[in-house]
Design a protein around this ligand. Structure first.
Ligand SMILES: NC(=O)c1ccc[n+]([C@@H]2O[C@H](COP(=O)([O-])OP(=O)(O)OC[C@H]3O[C@@H](n4cnc5c(N)ncnc54)[C@H](O)[C@@H]3O)[C@@H](O)[C@H]2O)c1
Ligand SMILES: O=C(O)CC[C@@H](O)C(=O)O
Length: 526
């Protein structure tokens, strides 16, 4: 039975889903060394933001097939390291959107009305109504940085509170911003105009310390900043100075450069600052949503099904995957075949989807073709996750084309590879019963099923040559299962495709190439 390690607190509903297919061990708060020690025995790892999945942990996870992040941000997982190792990383892109957006709005209102401090004061026995004169958000300007899922919901609710919304997001269209009632602006304008600034962007090299001494200096003195996105987008030192010196009015932070927050001057800024311990996703509803979303994906992957929200492979719904599965098999088989014909060092692979196949999502088929192409070199190390990256690292140029006008079969796949043994092409199609047929080799029409041991020859179309090859194979006790010849013109060049019951013995291939009229011969294992 597969084994899943749950390394952060996850809602019970997720554990129940995982338990349908795996032994589930819940071990939260493990130090990194401990995790490295035990990870080799697990097929899957499920976590929240509390576990940092480093390259070292990933490399130790030799059995790992999937890492599931019960939440959105995967910045606590070394995704490139997982991709290199062929491990799928999945998340829950929408499960906690509302929770994080509502936390943001709660922070904005609490900051404006000093609610945490006023509450603490009453609980301390006081009745102080003078110290907590707040300000309204009504008719104020909210600057939303990052108009994705959470930013959009924040903007929609803030709009209903009659706030004017400015948004900065270089990847969002004006039409989408218009539909949300937001004005897309550049950062300089947003900094200069906003009374509240809220961050809803991922932490990337470009967004790290986006809010720093220089950008803080461009803001209004009454501005209040809310960060429920990721620690490190704000330079905390610079923020503390700006609040202390009165350059800005305050900040509400749910996320920090270091989590848990250690010693920090942020704690000393009184009612101008609200701090919560990364609670954006902490609602019952969100925790159920993300637990179900991610546990289901882990379960499916352990059952050999696709994941719907993989961050490092194309996400495919099970019904689309079901339809594509026979074509993925076709692509892998042809990739493997053309890779062996073209030789070890492949420089280029062209993948052409023809006929009805030109209508489907090509990305998985291209990836399957690459997987097949690299399978001789990498064996089980290559999979759908790392095939593209492995090809890139080997400098293989991938060209993808489509031609809906090819109508030999309802859909066919053409692969052409340039490698150390020259350029070769193969075409294949599926019969109505799902069987694969190789329908073309180096532009010669044939019609053969793939088999474990195959022999292909390029020869002159002349009497006796087929018999000679047959006798030669017979003299080495190799049984022929099927044989097909393809030619374009009579007595011109032709190809012969043979399925063999036995592998070709050492030395036989060079004997075959010596037969008069044979130009080339290739043996292939599929
Ligand atoms: N506090 C929490 O518990 C909590 C919960 C959920 C999500 N989050 C975080 O909130 C953030 C937003 O999540 P989401 O689900 O809305 O993500 P999303 O992907 O839907 O939206 C992110 C938006 O940021 C934009 N963006 C990317 N780089 C940008 C840049 N340099 N400048 C401006 N915009 C940029 C993207 O175009 C996108 O529209 C993420 O960092 C996520 O990790 C935090
Ligand atoms: O796990 C959590 O509670 C935080 C989740 C949040 O930061 C996310 O990115 O989804």
């Amino acid at each position: 039975m597969a084994k899943v390690l749950v390394s952060d607190p996850i809602d019970q509903v997720g554990i129940e889903i995982l338990s349908q297919v795996a032994q589930v061990d819940i071990k939260t708060g493990l130090p990194a060394e401990e995790l490295i020690k035990i990870i080799p025995e697990y097929d899957a790892l499920m976590l929240r933001s509390g576990t940092r999945v480093t390259q070292e942990i990933i490399e130790a996870g030799t059995q790992l097939k999937i890492i599931g992040r019960a939440g959105v941000g995967v910045d606590n997982i070394d995704v490139p390291a997982a991709t290199r190792q062929g491990i799928i990383v999945v998340n829950s892109p929408e499960g906690n959107t509302i929770a994080a957006a509502e936390h943001t709005l709660a922070m904005m209102l609490s900051l404006s009305r000093y609610i945490p401090d006023a509450n603490a004061s009453v609980k301390a026995g006081k009745w102080d109504r003078k110290s907590y004169i707040g300000s309204e958000v009504y008719k104020k300007t909210l600057g939303v940085i990052g108009l994705g899922k959470i930013g959009s919901h924040v903007a929609t609710v803030a709009k209903a509170m009659n706030m004017k919304i400015l948004a900065y997001d270089p990847f969002i269209s004006k039409e989408r911003a218009d539909r949300l009632g937001c004005t897309l602006v550049d950062l300089e304008f947003l900094f200069a105009e906003a009374d509240y600034i809220t961050l809803h962007i991922p932490k990337t090299p470009e967004t790290t310390h986006l809010i720093n001494a220089e950008t803080l200096a461009k803001m209004k003195p009454n501005v209040r900043i809310i960060n429920c996105a990721r620690g490190g987008i704000i330079d905390e030192e610079a923020l503390v100075e700006a609040i202390e010196s009165g350059k800005i009015a305050g900040a509400a932070l749910d996320v920090f450069e270091q989590e848990p927050l250690g010693e920090s001057r942020l704690r000393e800024l009184g009612s101008k600052v609200i701090l919560t311990p990364h609670l954006g996703a902490s609602t019952e509803e969100a925790q159920v949503n993300v637990a179900i979303d991610v546990a289901e994906q882990i379960r499916d992957v352990l059952l050999g099904l696709p994941a719907r929200s993989a961050v490092n492979i194309p996400g495919l719904t099970p019904d689309v995957m079901e339809k594509l599965r026979p074509y993925l098999r076709l692509a892998e088989t042809l990739g493997n075949l053309v890779g062996q014909l073209a030789g070890g060092r492949i420089e280029r692979l062209t993948v052409k989807l023809q006929g009805d196949l030109a209508e489907v999502n090509s990305q998985p088929i291209v990836i399957a073709s690459i997987k097949g192409l690299l399978s001789q070199a990498l064996r089980e190390r290559v999979n759908y996750v790392n095939a593209a990256i492995e090809a890139k690292e080997r400098g293989i140029r991938i060209i993808e084309t489509k031609d809906a006008s090819v109508r030999d079969y309802s859909g066919s796949l053409y692969l052409e590879a340039q490698g150390s043994m020259g350029e070769h092409s193969v075409t294949g199609a599926l019969l109505s019963n799902g069987e694969i047929r190789i329908t073309d080799l180096d532009d010669f029409p044939i019609n053969v099923p793939p088999s474990n041991n195959m022999l292909f020859t390029l020869h002159r179309d002349m009497p006796g040559i087929i018999g000679k090859i047959g006798s030669l194979l017979g003299s080495f006790n190799v049984n022929i299962a099927s044989m097909q010849v393809g030619r374009k013109i009579v007595r011109g060049d032709a190809v012969m495709a043979l399925s063999l019951d036995d592998p070709l013995p050492e030395g036989l291939l060079s004997e075959i190439t010596k037969v008069a009229g044979i130009r080339d011969a290739y043996t292939v294992k599929l």
